[in-house]
Structure formats: structure tokens, C-alpha cells
Design a protein. Structure first.
Length: 113
């Protein structure tokens, strides 16, 4: 069993890496259409999963989901303030899809246990 403090470290490392990577210039082309959106969904699914493991015992899962979604919104706003990135509402939607998918899986697990 992984300790809560370890999940907290993993969560903050992932959040920091997401923030940094989101502000770097994008180079290269996508392998498939919507690759960017799939990446957003996966990253925010991981952030939410680790957030639940780290803080789900002390904060509502809905509030945690909203806070992580606001984190994504702040990144989109920051990207729109650069000359080499742009904010995209569809990135925010993909973030929400990732968060919602983990929430649904956790709910399904909770109801079957």
C-alpha cells in the first residue's frame, strides 16, 4: 500500500510537470488527429486519480475535480498570453473528460465493492 504522503508527492510532481510542459513551445506534428485531446484527457485523468489518492480523504471528490479543472483553465489562460501557444476550450473539455472518466470508474468500483 502506498502512503498518502507518497501520493501527495506524486500528485504535485505531476501537476508541476503538467504546468511546465504546457508552457513549452510545441514542436513536431501529431501522429493522429486529436492526439492533443487524448493527451489532455490522459494527463488530467492521472492528475485526478493521484489527487483522489492524495486528498480524497479530506476533500470532496467534486471539489477536487473542480479545482483540477480550474488548474487546467489557468494553464489555458496562461498559454493564450504567450506568442507561441494558444488557449483552447476543447483542451479544457478534454481535461474534463479525463477527470470524469476517473470519477466514473471510482464510482463504479465503490458501488460494486
Amino acid at each position: 500500500m502506498i502512503a498518502i504522503s507518497h501520493y501527495q508527492i506524486i500528485f504535485w510532481l505531476c501537476a508541476g510537470a503538467t504546468a511546465v510542459a504546457s508552457m513549452l513551445p510545441v514542436e513536431g506534428s501529431q501522429v493522429f488527429e486529436s492526439q492533443d485531446k487524448v493527451g489532455h484527457a490522459l494527463i488530467y485523468a492521472l492528475l485526478y486519480f493521484f489527487g483522489v489518492r492524495a486528498y480524497g480523504h479530506s476533500i470532496s471528490l467534486w471539489l477536487l475535480a473542480i479545482l483540477i479543472l480550474l488548474f487546467g483553465l489557468s494553464i489555458e489562460i496562461a498559454q493564450s498570453m504567450t506568442s507561441y501557444r494558444h488557449g483552447d476550450i476543447w483542451d479544457l473539455v478534454a481535461n474534463g473528460v479525463g477527470i470524469t472518466s476517473i470519477w466514473l470508474l471510482l464510482e463504479l468500483r465503490r458501488r460494486t465493492v
